[in-house]
Design a protein around this ligand. Structure first.
Ligand code: NAP
Length: 281
């Protein structure tokens, strides 16, 4: 029988654990844990993401510091805000909400975030450590997927995992985490010659493409675990994933729905990373 993974419930359970960790930290170290969220401009989607992150902070007892800059702000104004946060002792994690307006150089800004406050796990040092299997801050979405696999008891050791998508924020770190968890990993992308053949070999199939119903039932092996990272809007504006859920689900042993699968885990892992960052300082 197929298990439909309840990402919302799992995220809630993990937030309770994070809150306990945050409370313990506060009573032992006599200070709050701080997360700074930097938002430039008024992109409505970014505003929603930032609001949700601030709400999650309140829920787990992390103090949030919001920095709002106008859409037309200069590179050096944004840089000085990030530099100030980098040295602020009350701040354990810094998150610059992406995408930034086009005139700003996001790469240069992200480089100003010290590795130990890089709660998005995007820095060269954190991604380098991840590829060497060393302890580090890991990108939230793939880290959340590993938590899903772990908590649902999905075995990775010796299993064949296929990741469709090779972005720096999802596909690549996902592949690294699965390698570190002893899976045999194939990464597919738009130039992959036989995508269906690769997917059909997967015990664990992770779809991070950004295309509605991209993974169809004929691409999924019987009994596979299917993780849908996609967050797309269909023709009616409804949120949907990369997997043709209705037709794929009966073939799987485990599957994540959209919404309610991977999505709720992402912000929870940001809280988790902020707690980890504070504990390391
Ligand atoms: P991205 O940077 O656009 O990467 C998409 C990847 O899919 C690329 O590697 C691309 O290959 C590959 N691809 C595109 N068309 C393909 C095809 N026909 N066959 C095989 N591979 C193909 O996207 P992303 O940032 O990784 O995000 C992927 C999806 O996850 C999006 O829907 C995004 O909204 C969602 N997302 C969700 C969360 C969450 O919290 N749930 C977090 C982040 C992202 P090439 O490299 O060859 O172009």
């Amino acid at each position: 029988m197929t298990v439909v993974i309840d990402g919302k419930k799992l995220a809630q359970d993990i937030r309770v654990e994070i809150k306990a960790g945050v409370d313990k930290f506060r009573s032992e170290r006599k200070r709050d844990i701080g997360l700074a969220v930097v938002l430039v401009g008024d992109n409505p989607a970014s505003q929603v993401y930032v609001r949700n992150k601030i709400k999650a902070c309140e829920e787990v007892g992390i103090k949030s510091y919001s920095e709002y800059l106008p859409a037309n702000c200069a590179q050096n104004s944004l840089a000085s805000v990030v530099k100030r946060l980098a040295t602020d002792k009350n701040i354990d994690g810094i998150l610059v909400q992406l995408p930034l307006p086009e005139h700003l150089d996001a790469e240069k800004i992200l480089k100003l975030i010290p590795t130990e406050k890089d709660v998005d796990g995007f820095s060269e040092e954190n991604t380098g450590k991840l590829s060497r299997g060393e302890d580090c801050l890991v990108a939230c979405t793939p880290n959340g997927i590993m938590k899903i696999l772990e908590r649902y008891g999905v075995e990775t050791c010796g299993k064949k995992a296929v990741v469709v998508g090779r972005s720096d924020i999802v596909g690549k770190p996902m592949a690294m985490l699965l390698i570190n968890a002893d899976a045999t990993v194939t990464v597919c992308h738009s130039k992959t010659a036989d995508l269906k053949g690769e997917c059909l070999r997967a015990d664990i199939l992770v779809a991070a493409v950004g295309k509605t119903k991209f993974i169809t039932a004929d691409m999924v092996k019987e009994g596979a675990t299917v993780i849908d990272v996609g967050m797309n809007r269909n023709e009616n504006g409804k949120l949907c994933g990369d997997v043709d859920f209705e037709n794929v689900k009966d073939k799987c042993s485990y599957i994540t729905p959209v919404p309610g699968g991977v999505g709720p885990m992402t912000i929870t892992m940001l809280m988790y990373n902020t707690l980890q960052a504070a504990l390391r300082r």
